[in-house]
Design a protein around this ligand. Structure first.
Ligand code: DX5
Ligand code: ZN
Length: 225
């Protein structure tokens, strides 16, 4: 079995988000993107409170884990009280767990807890949240996620001003921590975010709206070069 750790910084990773996939055949959808050689899959967890939409919880993650033993499950928790649920997501098979600074009571404690659970830790900031909000804790994480849309839905318009925060985040964390972008990423926006310092590119609509997902993933990879 592959080493299911967040890939070490230094490579560009295209991370398909299943939010725009067909939820009625999730395992097949994930198998298809895996055939493109991706190392990670992005699982959007929404609770209807932190964001006005609901998706999947630990039972679905656990079933997906039974089908897939090779992809890093990058779980993006768009939920209030993330500390209450991280244990269950880790048990379900999450490898990397990102929580939102806007929802975290004690981010340091939560990052420590994620590491104790054997997961890598991610912190995320919404488009309207300034980088200062994560400045002190970002270096304790394995990856920082900069939202480039307002969380909650797929296929939204990329927000250029939000993406610019990647520049400052990269200055803060240096070269060894991943910087992920999420929302409206496609081959056109990819060179912009990569030039700012992003190395981990989440894409939902740009991949799953296409009939040939492998070609869609390769188009983003090519745009990142
Ligand atoms: C938005 C989610 C994203 C979403 C991105 O709340 O966090 O992961 O799936 O989808 P696209 O790439 O369609 O903007
Ligand atoms: Zn996401």
């Amino acid at each position: 079995m592959a080493d299911l750790r967040l890939p070490k910084a230094g490579t560009i990773e295209v991370v398909p988000s299943i939010l725009s996939s067909d939820f009625a055949k999730l395992a097949d959808e994930i198998a298809e993107i895996e055939s493109a050689g991706v190392n990670m899959v992005h699982l959007d967890i929404m609770d209807g409170h932190f964001v006005p939409n609901m998706t999947i919880g630990p039972p679905v993650v656990a079933k997906l884990r039974q089908h897939d033993h090779d992809l890093v499950f990058d779980c993006h928790l768009m939920i209030t009280e993330p500390a209450r649920y991280v244990e269950r997501f880790a048990e379900a098979g999450a490898n990397h767990i990102t929580f939102h600074i806007e929802a975290a009571g004690e981010p340091r404690t939560l990052i420590r807890k994620l590491h104790q659970l054997g997961c890598t830790a991610g912190i995320c900031l919404n488009p309207e949240t300034p980088v200062e909000a994560i400045e002190a804790v970002a270096p304790l994480c394995d990856m920082v996620l900069v939202m480039t849309v307002h969380p909650g839905f797929g296929a939204q318009e990329f927000i250029p001003e939000a993406a610019k925060k990647v520049i400052r985040v990269r200055e803060i964390v240096g070269p060894d921590i991943r910087v992920e972008v999420d929302g409206g990423i496609d081959p056109e926006k990819t060179p912009i975010v990569v030039s700012y310092g992003a190395d981990t590119l989440v894409a939902g609509h740009a991949i799953f709206s296409k009939t040939n997902r492998v070609a869609a993933i390769n188009a983003i990879r090519d745009a990142a070069k």
